[in-house]
Structure formats: structure tokens, C-alpha cells
Design a protein around this ligand. Sequence first.
Ligand code: MLT
Length: 208
Amino acid sequence: MTPDFIHRFVPASGGNVATSPTLLLLHGTGGNEDDLLQLGHSLAPGANLLSPRGKILENGMPRFFRRLAEGVFDEVDLLRRTQELGDFVIAAAKEYGFSPETITAVGYSNGANIAASLLLLRPGILKNAVLLRAMVPLTPTKAPDLTGTRVFLASGLSDPILPIDNARTLGKMLRDAGSELTHLEINTGHQLTSGELDTARTWLGDGS
Ligand code: MLT
């Protein structure tokens, strides 16, 4: 199978693709494969970057899965799209020669939600995940084993799109599944802050 998302792959600068870690960059609603490249470079300068574009269009805006309303997800579509994204990552590792063992997802909003879904449904694909504004995407029928997976979750205390209580529930699910979770709650809304990105960079550096 060949990687079947529109995407960008940027090999690690100066490094060896096979021995460098890879960031899987997952944009928010209305974004595309270019959106998070700069953030990826700044969070992990020595990493390969794999950045797909979500296949769903909502009023012309790319997303990674369908929703029925804000915060109400089409679970059948989410299940399917999560598997599709997992398969894409594995196919891309073969195609470009990066290690499938050292992948860190960096997702924002809708991208963070599909990254959370990937953790819950396909544990083992991601070594680390940076979830910038995420909520519970779904409740898996079988609890995943996320032992050995590190997760950095950053939530805005006044985020109107991803309520903090829901983000806390996601944090509990990830912790109960055995992941090593850092949950940063920030006095802000849906927009990212430079402070949390600095914290995410340090957190990523600590785990490499
Ligand atoms: C979602 O649909 O994944 C969340 O509501 C975030 C967003 O608005 O994209």
C-alpha cells in the first residue's frame, strides 16, 4: 500500500532519516499539510516531519473526521478515519524509510482529537503525543495499553470548543491506560500560546 493522504514529508535536516525521530503533524479544522511544518521544526529541529491533510471537507475546510455538530463526532467515520491514518503512517514509514518505533504526533484541535483517537484505538503506533487542545474523541470498546507512551496534553481553561472538564476526562482515560501523562492547563482559550509551546519543546527534549 502506498501512502494515500495528500501530505508533506520533510526529511530530518542533516540527519539520517532512518535514525531520526519523526513528528506526525496533524492540523486543525480548515488547515492543511503546510500549517504545522514550522511548529514541527521548532519543537524538534532534528526530526523528520510527516504532515498529512485531513480528507474530510466541512464547508470546504479540511478535517480528519466528520462531526455532526461542534463537539459531537460521527463515531463510525472517526473509527474508519483513525484506522486509515494509522495505516498511512505505517505505509509512509516504509516508503520514506523512517522508523515506525519513534513517531510523535503533534496535533492541534481536530488534529489533536484524531491523535487521541489513534492512541486509544491503535496503541503502539505513537511513541509520544503532543495534544494541543483535545477532548475525548470516543470511548474504545477495549481499553488500550499505553504503557511506555508519553503524552503531553495542553488545554485552555476557557476554551469554548474543547471544554476543560472534557479534556480532564481524556487525561484520566490516557493515564488509566498506562501512559505517562503531563496535563498542562493554561489560563487561555482555543488559541495556542508561546509559553505552552516552549513547555512542549522542553517536554519533547526530555523524552528523546
Ligand atoms: C473537532 O471537531 O475535532 C473539535 O471540535 C475541534 C475543532 O473545532 O476542530
